[in-house]
Design a binder for this molecule. Sequence first.
Ligand code: CP3
Length: 353
Amino acid sequence: MNTVEPKAIAVGKELKNDLLLKALLGEEVKRPPVWMMRQAGRYLPEYIALRNKYSFFERCQTPELACEITLQPVDIVGVDAAILFSDILVVPQAMGLEVELIENKGPVLPQPVQQENDFKRITVPDVNDRLHYVFDAIKLIKQELNGRVPLIGFAGAPWTLLCYMVQGKGSKTFDEAKAFCYRQPALAHRLLQMITDTTIAYLKGQIKAGADVVQIFDSWGGLLSPADFEEFSLKYIRQIVAAVKEEAPTIIFAKGAWFALEEMAATGAHGLGIDWCITPERARKYAGNHVTLQGNFDPAKLFLSPAEIKKEVKKMITAFGPQRYIANLGHGILPNVPVSHAKAFVEAVKEWA
Ligand code: CP3
């Protein structure tokens, strides 16, 4: 079992539903907790209503809007945890880069970082100055949640943020970002360290504002070979986990990076997220018994009927076992999933007890 952190326990006491904290700390639960990555999003008509009125960054930067969106899946779908409504790209923005979110295209950074000269345009910012709106949102969310469920804060892993900061847009391969790392490793490491320093201050600020758990999203970790994942990703995730794990339970989700489960468990993180490309049995074998696993429902299976979803969820919990496990999807919920199917996923987990 992980050594128990005083703050996490103290916070747990104020919560009416502390299943997530218990599962992460390796304490016995009557059933696994359940939440869904990207649970605040476009599959909810209530989200779309706000999306039609305010721009993406307006929604992120206005604490009242971020709070309302964060609470939507708690109220509507009944998940066991809230996750802050924000985006991993607020960090590159705070570091000095312009970030746009373009409809049907995704994120665009018009002036990416590709050579030494570009470092003149970025800094390790004072997070209390540039990201205070996130901390304000967290304080408001905690107040509105009133202990109903814990709040998950998050940040992107340095490697995944580098992908966007160098490539300048989404990509299936992030070939330009990889070429930057391989051709100019010193610059890549300089950028990764700047992102890491910003992220540590940012996550500490989130915890101080009230986040009960933090998750590090390495959505593009699986694009790297095991050796390159160690060099360009895990080395920095390790620094972040070491800096925050005493303050709040920490989850690493490195999509596609199942090959590094053993090394990720060795960081001392409390939880490891996994996608659907590895069996629960093999994930447990690689990760060992001292870490909580989270996942790994294929998000496209939410297009099955509610009855079939429930059957699949029960199969998944049986395979993982109900202890040291958090039911979740293997990646974000897809925008066209019916709300009733998301509810079936959550209900199936709740029916376990
Ligand atoms: O999980 C949650 O509900 C909390 C909010 C959250 C968002 N983004 C809101 C969002 C979280 C945790 C993220 C993380 C994020 N953002 C990741 C890591 C997780 C993953 O999905 O791999 C990444 C890679 C991003 C970057 C990003 N933001 C992309 C690629 C896009 C466009 C694609 C898409 O899903 O629309 C976004 C926009 C974004 N972030 C939306 C939401 C709800 C959609 C915005 C909209 O159209 O309303």
